[in-house]
Design a protein around this ligand. Structure first.
Ligand code: APR
Length: 234
């Protein structure tokens, strides 16, 4: 275990955006018009009922216009600016609140609401505001071929090689606002610990993996994250 962290890897989940007004997946508001997230976030769901799935993501994309980064996003952006060691922020979130807060060393492992990709030519691109009526691909011109650039259940998360590399070199791994229910992200704490990192959980409630962390602090991210960043930056 290292006393003074040089390399930090941070994992965030829906809980960091909760105080901005973005609903989490598994909380009390974690249903969308009666649908379980598994029923709208799978390739099978998209094949079965594309309009239902496109509508779900169109609405979540539209909701971004009404939310702002909160104190936790801003604190992580400050840490990114002021931390001279290696730092990687890996988010499971598909909202854009980390980048709007100013984080730069950031990977979206589950994709982004503001991006789409073409089922015809595979090209990734900025998403139009809505996809439900069948948007045209900016690259190949195919119509009705764009889907949200979101990693659904059963699909491979993005950037895994870079994430594994960062985890293996981390001195400190911090998990913020995630239930620890979805792999591979839920396993990052054990990968980092196996390579000697100290591990810290900041979450409203104990996550499913809370016992794997060296330390866990429970409370709202908008309070805990600025406190932690202040203590780290002195
Ligand atoms: N501050 C900190 N933590 C919070 C707050 C808050 N204000 N509000 C809620 N939480 C915590 C909850 O206690 C819960 O443990 O955030 C966690 C949110 O868990 P989930 O809803 O399961 O979200 P997440 O872990 O990001 O889900 C992982 O599942 O559906 C998929 O791809 C989707 O990326 C998502 C993945």
């Amino acid at each position: 275990m290292h006393d003074k962290p040089g390399n930090i890897v941070i994992l965030t989940g829906a809980g960091i955006s909760a105080e901005s007004g973005v609903a989490t997946f598994r909380g009390p508001d974690g249903l969308w018009e009666g649908h379980r997230v598994e029923d709208v976030a799978t390739p099978e769901a998209f094949a079965r009922d594309p309009r239902l799935v496109q509508n779900f993501y169109d609405q979540r994309r539209a909701a971004l216009a009404g939310v702002e980064p909160n104190a936790a996003h801003l604190a992580l952006a400050r840490l990114d600016r002021e931390w001279s060691g290696d730092l990687l922020l890996v988010t499971q979130n598909v909202d854009d609140l980390h980048e709007r807060a100013g984080s730069r060393r950031l990977l979206h492992m589950h994709g982004e609401l503001r991006r789409a990709f073409c089922l015809s030519c595979d090209e990734r691109q900025d998403s139009p505001a809505t996809l439900i009526e069948g948007a045209t691909c900016a690259a190949c011109g195919a119509s009705e071929a764009l889907r949200p650039d979101i990693v659904w259940f059963g699909e491979m998360p993005y950037h895994m090689e870079r994430i594994e590399e960062a985890l293996s070199g981390a001195d400190l791994f911090v998990s913020i606002g995630t239930s620890g229910a979805v792999y591979p992200a839920a396993g990052f704490v054990r990968v980092a610990a196996a390579h000697g990192a100290r591990t810290l959980e900041l979450n409203l409630d104990p996550s499913e993996g809370t016992s794997f962390f060296d330390e866990a602090r429970h409370g709202p991210a908008g309070t805990l994250v600025p406190q932690w960043v202040d203590s780290l930056l002195g």
